[in-house]
Design a protein around this ligand. Structure first.
Ligand SMILES: C[S@@+](CC[C@H](N)C(=O)[O-])C[C@H]1O[C@@H](n2cnc3c(N)ncnc32)[C@H](O)[C@@H]1O
Length: 275
């Protein structure tokens, strides 16, 4: 199979596109259990006839959930949606194609899908001199501790869906035949793991951790390790204000003036300049 064809299929698996009807069937069944909808066996089989199927499909494609409720997120391996995953693929392709030195990293991995994709990219192209790094608590977001995050409690007590154990993430890599010694897990709060992380250089730094504290900590300790020509991606810039402020503050303090580009309704990126 060609690398592109393998990566197309891997992306579909990670995004949950292969069994999308079953995702929606689960939501439908949940509503039936809650007695918010009546169970209709014919509709269950041919779920495309459900009045909300089309909306679900359209929202899923852009990494959003029905009614913007996290509990409607379902069970993909990554929540970033098609556009951001395709863009990540382009970033990796461009960095590798222009020989930007360094490993590939995600801070805030949830079920691991975006990182699995990066490991799959290396595998598909027989690239043996780059590793993949994952930083996460593997128990959800920290409760807000910094003043900039006041009132933004997304910890496991509030959003249990965002807490995914390291065993589950390892298993998700294993299922895709991509778990090996080139996948490194930094388990714990960023404030504890990132300052001492044994990472030399990065070609891709993907930050997807919502809070000001998490975003600022990842930028502070890892941006200096991003090689010139490497890509910095921030998933939540356009939808979570404290995340946006963390990025703006960092750019201001460090005098970063590379233009920031929008990826979709939430994510942004820039490419570190060569000079
Ligand atoms: C929105 S999810 C990430 C989604 C993921 N990138 C994907 O592809 O689906 C946010 C993740 O960030 C992690 N996280 C946020 N702040 C953190 C921190 N300060 N330390 C460790 N993990 C953190 C959470 O545990 C959670 O797994």
């Amino acid at each position: 199979m060609s690398p592109d064809r393998y990566l197309d299929l891997l992306a579909k698996s990670l995004l949950g596109e292969l069994y999308l009807e079953n995702e929606f069937r689960l939501l439908y069944l949940r509503e039936c259990v809650r007695e918010a909808e009546a169970f209709d066996p014919a509709l269950y089989l041919d779920i495309h006839g459900h009045p909300r199927w089309r909306a679900f499909q359209d929202l899923h494609a852009v990494g959003r959930f029905l009614d913007d409720r996290v509990e409607n997120l379902g069970f993909p391996y990554t929540m970033i949606g098609r556009k951001r995953l395709d863009h990540l693929r382009w970033c990796v392709e461009t960095a590798v194609g222009s020989a930007v030195p360094g490993d590939l990293m995600e801070c805030g991995v949830w079920r691991g899908g975006a990182a699995i994709f990066m490991r799959g990219y290396l595998e598909a192209h027989g690239i043996a001199d780059r590793d993949v790094w994952l930083a996460d608590s593997f128990r959800g977001l920290p409760p807000p501790a910094w003043p900039q995050d006041e009132g933004l409690d997304m910890s496991a007590a509030v959003y249990p869906m965002l807490a995914v154990s390291i065993e589950t993430v390892r298993e998700n890599f294993r299922r895709h035949d991509l778990l090996d010694e080139r996948v490194h897990f930094l388990e714990g709060w960023f404030r504890d793991t990132l300052p001492m992380a044994p990472i030399e250089k990065l070609a891709i730094l993907r930050i997807d951790a919502d809070l000001y504290e998490s975003t600022a900590t990842a930028l502070r300790h890892l941006y200096p390790k991003l090689s010139p020509g490497g890509f910095l991606i921030v998933d939540d810039y356009q939808c979570i204000e404290p995340c946006q402020r963390a990025v703006d503050d960092f750019r201001g303090e460090e005098g970063i003036d590379e233009p920031m580009e929008s990826i979709d309704w939430t994510a942004i990126y820039w490419r570190k300049s060569q000079s």
